[in-house]
Each structure stands twice: as structure tokens, then as C-alpha cells.
Design a protein around this ligand. Structure first.
Ligand code: COA
Length: 166
């Protein structure tokens, strides 16, 4: 059985991420979306909130599971009894970082391979940070995230902005 892990921060999950999840669910028997807990980025949403958001947008896909993880990706992949990591490539600028990561992971865990899916062109410019930046100004993010995610992001962005000293 082909089991893959699709790791990331997902703060928040975007339509670009959803596209990769849907496409990998067709290629693999089972896909575990790994939500990184200890992030060097300071997330807008807690790991549990990010897990819940991913669950709400992938509920229609029977072979997708959402789990939080901490520590090394390769350890998580092994614990999941998976052998493949899935990553999306948006543009050539992603390539250098992704290559470095996949080569390093293969050196520390030779049995684990990374496969890359090219991100749908519609979402090749998209990132979670861009979505959050637009949301901070209460802009329209409906082209970038699912409707239920947009509501949560706009609400959280407004809360964060109200708490900031003026
Ligand atoms: N569509 C839209 N946006 C996408 C995307 C897609 N298909 N694919 C990636 N992105 C965006 C994300 O939204 C994110 O945007 P942001 O920087 O504005 O938040 C950015 O691209 C990259 O994020 P992501 O794909 O979530 O990866 P990451 O860099 O946050 O985390 C891990 C990557 C989790 C795989 C890596 O940090 C990791 O493995 N950590 C565990 C520790 C470890 O093992 N380290 C050794 C690695 S060699």
C-alpha cells in the first residue's frame, strides 16, 4: 500500500494546498497531512485549529488523514509507516529549498523518497503569508481559501489587529 505524508505549516490551509491534497489522494492509497507543531514562524492559528481547518476542507476525501507532528519530518514519516513525502512546487524559487530538504531527508533516512507535484498555475503565486496579509486589512481572500477558512482567517486577523497597540 502506498502511503504518503504531505507536511507543512498550513497557517492557514489555502486552495493551493487543497489542490495538492486532492491530487495526491488520487495517486496514493493513503495520504497523511502532517501539520508542523513547533514552527519557527509565529502562527496565526494553533496547531489544533490548523488540524481542524484541514479536516473541514478534506472531509470528502476518504483516504486523507490529518495529524499534527513535532520534531523531524523523517521520524514522523516512519511513525506513520509511510515511505513517501509529497511536496508542492509553486515556482522555480521553491526548487532550491525543496531540493536541499529532500536530499537531506534522504541522507538521514535513505528509505524515504520525496515526490513533487507542480502546483496548479492558478495558485503558483499563493502563500499563507499573502492570505494573512490581505486578511489583516479585511481584504477579499475568497479566491485563495475555502469559504469556511476565509471566515476564520478574517475573524482572527481582526482580533489580532484590535489587540495591537496603535
Ligand atoms: N499552494 C499554496 N501555497 C503553498 C503551496 C501550495 N501548493 N505549497 C506551499 N505553499 C506555501 C505555504 O503556504 C507557505 O507559505 P508561508 O511561508 O507564507 O507560510 C510556504 O509555501 C511554505 O510552507 P510549507 O509548505 O507549509 O512548508 P514549511 O516551509 O512551513 O514547512 C516542512 C516545511 C514542515 C516540511 C519542514 O519545515 C520540516 O520538515 N520541518 C520538520 C523539521 C525537519 O525535519 N527538518 C529537517 C528538514 S531537512
Amino acid at each position: 500500500m502506498a502511503v504518503a505524508v504531505y507536511p507543512g505549516s498550513f497557517d492557514p490551509v489555502t486552495l493551493g494546498h487543497q489542490d495538492i491534497i486532492e491530487r495526491s489522494s488520487k495517486i496514493m492509497d493513503r495520504v497523511i497531512v502532517g501539520v508542523l507543531k513547533n514552527n519557527s514562524k509565529s502562527p496565526l492559528f494553533s496547531v489544533q485549529e490548523r488540524v481542524n481547518m484541514l479536516k473541514s476542507v478534506t472531509g470528502h476525501l476518504p483516504n486523507i488523514e490529518i495529524l499534527a507532528f513535532d520534531g523531524l519530518l523523517v521520524d514522523f514519516v516512519r511513525n506513520c509507516q509511510a515511505d513517501v513525502i509529497v511536496r508542492g512546487l509553486r515556482a522555480i524559487t521553491d526548487f532550491e529549498y525543496e531540493l536541499q530538504m529532500s536530499q537531506t531527508n534522504r541522507v538521514i533516512s535513505p528509505g524515504i523518497d520525496t515526490i513533487f507535484l507542480t502546483t496548479n498555475l492558478k495558485y503558483s503565486y499563493l502563500s499563507s503569508s499573502i492570505v494573512k496579509e490581505i486578511a489583516m486589512y479585511q481584504g477579499d481572500i475568497s479566491a485563495f481559501v475555502a469559504p469556511e477558512i476565509a471566515v476564520k482567517v478574517l475573524r482572527r486577523a481582526a482580533d489580532v489587529k484590535n489587540k495591537r497597540p496603535s
